[in-house]
Design a protein around this ligand. Structure first.
Ligand code: HAM
Length: 427
């Protein structure tokens, strides 16, 4: 049967050991950084009620759902993101928990996306969330975790940056520009896509969707192009509803600067985020060269827990995917070389030593060492070749004479040095 009859589904990955090694390397780094910040690991089921996403996550993600009706007539979705699951899980138990809650997870997620670079139909996503704290210190803390997750993998401020904004600040500024309350969501949707739209198309949408005239559109562009908080304050800070929003943003940026992470952070009002539930500060991490899609996205969502029926708790967090990150690591030469390695390879010189070899292998494994040997009788030369292929650090040679004098010969595979080990040490 031709293997192509069972080709992998488009947008899905296999993880043979050489690729699994990178996945482990990334996930172990994420886990280390999470723990350094005092986060606890959790998980949930990969299937959820379809309803959990409808209206809460927004149209874009709902349009990408893998969903089906199960044998009990339930409408089911494969989880496309973790945040609604987190809200659901906490909804059942948060009342008895001390706040803030610091939880992290690394689920595999599924989205029926259009195939493009950096976007697949499954990915692993590091989720880090703080629940039960509404101050900017929590917003700064989660962004610091995201930045450190990338620093842990060897990336620096020369490789990536966080673009940060606040939906409350953007709303205040849009009102100044003249966007009416009922048109704010439409304006957000256009701004979210504005970098990917041709200028004329953006202007047309701002006219038709946000009901802006050409002068207002020019002011809006001007505003979106303004980077520093000082410039924004100088231009728009006199408006009563903008000033406190700018002040909060300033406090957020200063908190990150105090951590020494200032070089990683840029205020950028074009960051809106596509998901519907965000209510405050939002951010995305991008490669500096601007070649890749977002590596990470997150923000504050203060109403989602209540929306799914739980305790009304403020929350902030992010998701970082492994796909774009893998591309960035490869581009920067930061993918560790894949090497097989095992502590010991045991070589019985003749079949008579095999029982003794099995005994020693088991003793060493009980002591926590990795041990391999040939699974059938073979000449010593072939066994030595196999030992090299397995990446054995040490080969234990069991010749009839060695065993008779009560020892095995240990050969260090990197230096070639040999020494005797008394069998009594391997009892
Ligand atoms: P998101 O922006 O949809 O946010 O996804 C976060 C990250 O997951 C993206 O920046 C990207 O790295 C990765 N990602 C998303 N879709 C794909 C895909 N199809 N293929 C490969 N990578 C992908 C969320 O999911 C929010 N729930 C994050 C969050 C957690 N907000 C608060 N807490």
């Amino acid at each position: 049967m031709a293997t192509s009859e069972f080709a992998r589904l488009p947008g899905f990955r296999d993880f043979p050991p050489e690729d699994f090694a990178l996945r482990s390397h990334v996930q172990e780094s994420w886990r280390r950084v999470s723990r350094r910040y005092g986060f606890l690991e959790y998980d949930g089921p990969p299937l959820e009620p379809l309803e959990l996403y409808v209206e809460k996550s927004g149209e874009e993600i709902v349009g990408q759902l893998y969903n089906f009706v199960d044998k009990g007539d339930r409408a089911i979705a494969m989880r496309p993101e973790m945040t609604p699951s987190l809200a659901r899980i906490l909804g059942d138990r948060s009342r008895g928990m001390s706040k803030p809650i610091r939880w992290f997870s690394m689920p595999q997620l599924f989205r029926y996306e259009r195939q493009q670079r950096g976007r697949l139909r499954e990915h692993f996503q590091w989720n880090v969330d703080i629940v039960g704290e509404d101050g900017v210190a929590a917003d700064a803390e989660v962004l610091a975790v995201a930045i450190d997750g990338l620093r842990e993998l060897g990336l620096s401020a020369a490789d990536f940056a966080a673009r940060v904004s606040d939906r409350r600040l953007l709303s205040a500024l849009l009102r100044v520009v003249g966007v009416t309350e009922d048109r704010l969501p439409a304006a957000f949707a256009v701004i979210d896509k504005i970098e990917r739209l041709p200028g004329e198309k953006a202007a047309e949408l701002l006219r038709s969707e946000a009901r802006l005239d050409p002068e207002q559109i020019a002011t809006l562009h001007d505003m979106l192009d303004t980077r520093g908080l000082d410039d924004l304050a100088a231009r728009f800070g006199d408006h009563a509803e903008v000033a406190p929003e700018l002040q909060r943003m300033r406090e957020y940026v200063e908190t990150l600067e105090a951590m020494g992470l200032g070089p990683y952070v840029t205020v950028d009002l074009r960051i809106v985020r596509g998901l519907a539930y965000y209510t405050g500060i939002v951010f995305e991490l991008f490669d500096r060269k601007g070649e890749l899609r977002a590596i990470c996205g997150g923000g504050r969502y203060d109403r989602l827990l209540e929306l799914v029926g739980g305790e009304p708790l403020p929350a902030v967090g992010f998701g970082m995917g492994d796909v774009v990150l893998g591309e960035l690591l490869a581009d920067r030469g930061l993918v560790p070389q894949y090497e097989r390695s095992v502590d010991y390879f045991i070589v019985p010189v003749t079949p008579e030593q095999r029982p003794e070899a099995l005994r020693i292998a088991h003793v060493l494994r009980d002591r926590g060492h990795g041990v391999v040997y040939a699974l059938r009788d073979q000449a010593v030369g072939r066994q030595m070749k196999a030992a090299a292929k397995e990446g054995a650090q040490t080969v234990l040679l069991l010749g009839p004479d060695d065993v008779a004098r009560g020892c095995v010969v240990a050969r260090d595979m990197s230096t070639g040095e040999e020494r005797d080990i008394p069998l009594s040490e391997l009892a």
